[in-house]
Design a protein around this ligand. Structure first.
Ligand SMILES: *[C@@H]1O[C@H](CO)[C@@H](O)[C@H](O)[C@H]1NC(C)=O
Length: 286
């Protein structure tokens, strides 16, 4: 008797967990988009495979937005990932991965220049990055830039260079009232103990999104918006499929990575406002 009760409880809990994991979830993902229309988002990465190892939940969530919000997504990768001399192969792998993730041909670019080479010990110069992204941002009317934060998820110095370069780029734009500068969002690096929880990551994030929807006393609620994208099974499978296009990179520890990493399931974003822009903005307040 007790055995069958246990069995039913186990079945109930498993089916609940399954249901919780199945679908995608998001919190305020629309805040990534500027109020300017049409909305053009640029994903700025350092190496081929960043797009699927770290950013897939967001790329997929943005494509699920309703048609009046739906942005055009662009991808700019600042190196071909030539650290092991595989640059040509990796360029093609990136293209195949972006096909899987739904970034159209003609909206994706890879730069290969001596100052921005895949190198774990090289800090990329902020001015060089700013010069590299400027033509793409201007030509394609980019109003949102998405990239790594100052910890770069994996502490890779090339990753860490990107938010500095993108923020520097924003400060070089002429300020004009009718055209606001692009908004810059950075992917939150979580502490190591949260990074490899596997399917616990999407479960915990969904629980936290659900809790945040409970109305609270506005006097005690914190004002900061959290922008979160959580993939369901379908999204995770697509990120996995995109990663499998990077076959030159699929050494054993990357299989571990795709099995347990939070970033295959969950992305959380914060906006980065360069100091000079913040001053300009507060200067224009009445
Ligand atoms: C990587 O960067 C370091 C530091 O900037 C430099 O000394 C080294 O030569 C670079 N390696 C390659 C292969 O370019």
């Amino acid at each position: 008797m007790l055995g069958s009760t246990r069995y039913w409880i186990l079945a109930l809990v498993s089916s609940l967990v399954w249901r919780l994991l199945a679908g995608p979830a998001e919190q305020d993902i629309g805040l990534l988009l500027s109020s300017d229309r049409p909305s053009n988002v640029l994903l700025l990465t350092a190496h081929p495979d960043d797009e699927c190892m770290f950013f897939a939940p967001t790329l997929l969530a943005l494509q699920e937005l309703s048609s009046h919000q739906l942005p055009t997504i662009h991808s700019l990768c600042l190196s071909v990932g030539n650290a092991d001399g595989l640059g040509d192969i990796r360029r093609r792998e990136l293209s195949a991965s972006l096909d899987v993730l739904g970034i159209a041909e003609g909206k994706r670019w890879v730069i290969d220049t001596p100052e921005l080479q895949d190198n774990f010990t090289a800090v990329w110069d902020a001015q060089v990055i700013a010069d590299a992204i400027r033509p793409y941002v201007l030509k394609h009317n980019i109003n949102t830039i998405l990239t790594f934060d100052h910890h770069g998820i994996s502490s890779h110095l090339n990753h860490i260079s990107l938010p500095h370069g993108a923020a520097h780029f924003l400060t070089t734009l002429p300020s004009s009232a009718e055209k606001p500068p692009p908004r810059l969002f950075t992917l939150v690096t979580v502490p190591l103990y949260e990074k490899y929880l596997g399917v616990l990551s999407p479960l915990l994030s969904k629980a936290s999104i659900a809790l945040s929807r409970i109305p609270r006393d506005p006097r005690t609620a914190s004002g900061a918006a959290r922008v979160v994208a959580v993939s369901g099974f379908g999204g995770y499978a697509r990120a996995h499929r995109a990663m499998r296009e990077h076959w030159s990179q699929l050494v054993w520890f990357r299989w571990l990575y795709v099995s347990f990493s939070r970033y295959m399931w969950v992305n959380e974003w914060v906006e980065l406002t360069p100091p000079t822009l913040a001053q300009t903005a507060s200067g224009t307040q009445p």
